[in-house]
Design a protein around this ligand. Structure first.
Ligand code: SF4
Ligand code: SF4
Ligand code: FES
Length: 244
């Protein structure tokens, strides 16, 4: 039995998608770029960061939804880059950059979306509660060693009873996928919320990335490259200590 197809309109363009596709999947299938932060192709959608918002419905009865979790429906009208969407994305990025100014991932997203002012006080949070680490642990590592705990301002990621987990595989998957801890920017001034937007070009602020700045367990070797090469995920230069 062939899969059912749905007719939708993406930015005025009629298209067909498989039933069950999210708006984000439909957009990416035709090359429409929607930014994401808490989404990863290999994991279930969660809808935490709201960066992937789009506008749906006719102009007079529209609403804004998270494209990574909203399924396509027959006849759905979608606008991925309307003024309302772009303004809201910029506001979300401004809030995110103020909560975690040290995240290179968020710095790059802010720069790419023209966020040039930040009106809120920098908080330097360790976690934006995106849930990527929890889903990575549960869905890819089949470990379920960590999860959300607490409510409101006490909401956090932790192990059961905050104790060392017996089921953790020490794979590093949770740290690898974390947009806050895996790509920390050690910029020239930790109190500067918005940097000068190196945006994946050669970073002006960090010349050597070594174990002093690494969040992973010592010497895991994940980032080792020949001296002078860039680590693609961060754009940073890797220092390799060769034996004499
Ligand atoms: S290191 Fe442990 S907690 Fe992190 S993803 Fe792997 S199994 Fe889960
Ligand atoms: S620790 Fe990192 S990946 Fe996990 S919820 Fe917090 S920001 Fe997201
Ligand atoms: S990427 Fe969709 S809500 Fe975060």
């Amino acid at each position: 039995m062939s899969a059912k197809m749905l007719n939708i309109t993406m930015n005025g363009l009629p298209m067909e998608v498989y039933e069950g596709s999210s708006i984000l999947e439909a957009a990416r299938s035709i090359g429409v770029d929607i930014p994401t932060l808490c989404y990863d192709e290999g994991l279930s959608g969660y809808g935490a960061c709201r960066l992937c918002i789009v506008e749906i419905g006719s102009a007079d009865r529209s609403k804004v939804v998270s494209s990574c979790t909203y399924p396509c429906e027959e006849g759905l009208e979608i606008r991925t880059h309307s003024k309302r969407v772009l303004d809201t994305r910029k506001m979300i990025l401004e809030l995110l950059i103020c909560s975690t100014p040290g995240s290179k991932t968020i710095q790059d997203l802010a720069a790419a979306h023209g966020v040039i002012t930040a009106r809120f006080k920098p908080e330097h949070e360790d976690c934006i509660l995106c849930g990527l680490c929890v889903r990575m642990c549960r869905e890819q590592m089949m470990a379920t060693a960590i999860d959300f705990a607490g409510r409101g301002p006490n909401r956090r990621i932790t192990t059961p009873f905050d104790e060392s987990s017996a089921v953790c595989r020490h794979c590093g998957g949770c740290m690898y996928i974390c947009p806050v801890c895996s790509s920390r920017c050690m910029g020239p001034d930790a109190d500067t919320t918005l940097c000068s937007s190196c945006l994946n070009l050669s970073p002006s602020c960090v010349e050597v990335y070594d174990h002093q700045q690494c969040w992973m367990p010592p010497d895991c070797g994940t980032c080792i490259r020949p001296e002078g090469e860039y680590l693609p995920a961060t754009g940073r230069i890797i220092k390799v200590e060769t034996e004499a």
